[in-house]
Design a protein around this ligand. Sequence first.
Ligand SMILES: [Zn+2]
Length: 383
Amino acid sequence: MSTYALSAAKFLLPGTVKRGGYLVIRDGKIGWHQDERPAMDIVELGDSWVAPGLVDTHIHGFLGHDVMDASWEGLQAISRGLLAYGVTSWLPTPLTATVEELEEACATVASRANDEPGARMQGIFLEGPFFTEEHKGAQNPAYFANPSMDALGRWQRAAKGMVKKIAIAPERPGAPEFSAEASAAGVVVGLAHSNATIAQAEACVNAGAGIFIHTYNGMRGLDHREPAMVGAALTTHGTYAEVICDGHHVHPAAVKALVEAKGPDHVVLVTDCMRAGGMPDGDYSIGEFPVVVANGTARLKDETHNLAGSILTLDRAVRHVVDWDIVRAEEALRMATENAADANGIAGACGRILPGRDADLAVFAPDLTVRRTYLAGELVHEA
Ligand SMILES: [Zn+2]
């Protein structure tokens, strides 16, 4: 079946939602949408949504594996496992570690990225190590440092150019200069794990930083006299804001405030999933720290009990923002596809149903549960 068409109730296309009709797939690539029934094999998907495959741009691990394990088999297992959740693209996300450990994690991703079928590794998001202690979350402060283009250069060489995004704390010395230079070098700069004032955060935004990492978490909260990082996330023009919608990291009302401030086209759903995603409750680890997973959260096993990433899947985040009456299904799906791709400099590769693109698609029931996943036009998951 090298040429066929999908028939469904709704297609999430770049500019509109098309009701009914047919999406033609040719040799694994997206063809076009048409209203008339074409003379070719038709796959009937009934009342489904056909959407671009989901794009998870902040994810540390899944199914017992972590990007920091620097294991090719582990990365492949994550890639294959994500397909069952409608995810067809992801950014493997290392966290704070030594320069050498991060080099190794980057080199492992770049060594054979996308050699085998699975959700595509569209680049790397370095979450650390240029952070500050006050909001360290589950990042190891022993390796925190000031932003350094030399270090970024080492990681980018190890990654064969796959580093797409790096997060920094704006109050670190040299943060605005780093924001300018990294952005000019084609790496998106995110702001995270920081006690910055709004002025410090704005200085980085004005120098090129483009996205707030897991907004509200790992940053100083909004005070009416010092709006801090959260204030900058809510008010800076054109920036994107990630948010973790698992119901534990951020209250739905705070998600609603964020979406209303930024507009649904500048909010990005992420999971921040760690290795226990898709696994039973129990004892795990993040970096060098032990973590306990119970009651829907992953928390450090120390006196802080800080959240240590999540066990969220991106399809569930999409359902949550709709169930919480914050956005419509169309907007929720765009927050996990188009916005994610746009915010991370990977919109040329994924996030939209566009002619000529690989036919990486997610098929959802009306309640937004995943029915099917297609990778390059091949059915790779069916619920
Ligand atoms: Zn984080």
